[in-house]
Design a protein around this ligand. Sequence first.
Ligand code: HEM
Length: 122
Amino acid sequence: QPADDSLYRQLGGQPGLTKLMDDFMARLLADQRMNPFFKDVDHQHVKAQLVAQFCEVSGGPCRLKGPDMKKAHEGMDITRRDFNALVEVLQDSMSAQGIAFSTQNKLLARLAPMHRDIINTP
Ligand code: HEM
């Protein structure tokens, strides 16, 4: 039985996710709270990794290869407040792409449990 890729299709598949991540990274850099985290990283690399990850978690035909979420965010001193700020920027970006609210919420529900590995500072 094939995997359920309905969320992946609602996100516009590979072209939709690529556009979303271009917009998301631009917003992260423009956001005063997020800029310090992202200004010096390899933007093309992070965008490509996020496309692969979002494709995978939405049921698409991709697999994220690379460090797990704990390792990827080690030493960055990420608080719950930082995490929530990133989610807020992602919501703004999805809204700007015309992604339906119900679709946004499905994606966010699949990302939310990752907070345990990403938030590493009280
Ligand atoms: C649901 C939330 C999040 C997800 C799904 C996520 C996912 C990812 C992924 C897939 C990468 C690429 C790792 C790699 O292969 O190199 C990454 C890198 C990164 N993340 Fe996150 N992340 C999240 C939250 C955050 C938060 C809250 C921050 C900081 C406020 C953050 C900061 C970064 C930075 C700075 C990098 C680049 C690291 C580097 O390349 O040196 N992330 N993230």
